[in-house]
Design a protein. Structure first.
Length: 322
């Protein structure tokens, strides 16, 4: 397939220049190929890429689609991908990829589409319009304290800091949260929960931080990154989590928790999903205009925003917006 990476990069740099901004040093994923026409750019995802984790730049098609829409000014963006071998269809990363493509094509149908050659591959999805699907619940023995030997820079430790005062107090205040908790699992299973019924990659797959605004029944989702993790994939992760929670809150009854506690019961109540990038810095291609495009497709049920925190703060320092 023709690869127009250089043309795409040139258009991104030109857009920065036209807006009076200095273009950052950029590179595009090696396993995503681009084909440009006058008004449209097609992304082609290789088989190696669709088996990778969605947070990797190679698999984060949602993030790159939004980058193309925001920074290249093409009117339309499409996606195609290499056909999977029959033996690979059960791969959890691939099943999650199909779910993400289906949702993104529906949410952004005004400018995003699946190429005809790949539309039929969506039928390999194990998520159907009827059935009974379960989400695994948070483990009851999760670690909640910091030890002197813990590495303070790891995202796991940052998660723990945000669930305890003073950091949790600051995060709750700025988002109107009634509480902040960590590790809300998003493993989806067919009818019952065990290793054989897992559809997506399960195990440690979970939303970093979450909470509820009891006043409005808003569900708050946070994708937390440290200063050494600055990828476009943050969009794909938080988008996927939002889609799963939207499905859970939809009232269809197709997806539910197996044994929900009081807090998980609150998640299913009608209300908006507010999804936050919680980071000390953001990828230079993610700006307020890109988030506006994202929110235009997801309104009114899901709203994305950006929270900037100081990683070395003792009391917790967070500001909202770009």
């Amino acid at each position: 397939m023709t690869d127009d990476k250089l043309l795409v990069l040139t258009k991104i740099r030109d857009c920065f220049k036209n807006e009076g901004k200095k273009a950052p040093r950029l590179s595009l994923p090696g396993n995503i190929h681009f084909k440009c026409t006058d008004k449209m750019v097609q992304m082609h995802i290789t088989e190696n890429a669709i088996k990778q984790n969605m947070q990797s730049d190679e698999n984060a098609f949602e993030g790159w689609a939004l980058v193309l829409k925001r920074w290249t000014k093409y009117e339309k963006v499409s996606i195609s991908w290499e056909s999977k071998k029959e033996s690979d269809i059960d791969n959890g990363h691939y099943q999650r990829f199909l779910y993400r493509v289906s949702n993104f094509a529906r949410d952004f149908k005004g400018w995003f589409s699946v190429e005809p050659e790949s539309v039929g591959l969506l039928n390999d999805s194990q998520i159907k319009d009827s059935g009974s699907y379960l989400l695994n619940s948070p483990a009851k023995n999760r670690k909640t304290t910091l030890l002197p030997t813990d590495n303070i820079n790891t995202e796991r430790i940052l998660e723990l800091k945000f669930t305890k005062p003073p950091w949790s107090d600051v995060l709750e205040k700025i988002t109107d949260a009634s509480f902040i908790d960590r590790q809300l699992p998003v493993g989806v299973f067919n009818e019952k929960i065990n290793k054989d019924t897992s559809i997506f990659t399960g195990g440690k797959s979970a939303i970093d931080l979450w909470g509820i605004n009891d006043n409005n029944n808003d569900l708050l989702l946070f994708e937390l990154k440290g200063s050494d993790n600055n990828k476009i994939g943050i969009i794909s992760e938080l988008y996927f989590y939002s889609c799963i929670m939207r499905w859970l809150k939809s009232g269809s009854g197709l997806l539910k928790h197996e044994n929900p506690d009081e807090r998980l019961e609150k998640v299913t109540k009608p209300g908006k999903i507010k999804a936050y990038f919680l980071v000390p810095r953001i990828h230079p291609l993610i700006d307020s205009e890109l988030v506006r495009i994202l929110n235009d497709g997801l309104s009114p049920g899901i709203e994305f925003d950006y929270l900037l925190y100081e990683e070395d703060s003792v009391k917790g320092s967070i500001k909202k917006g770009f």
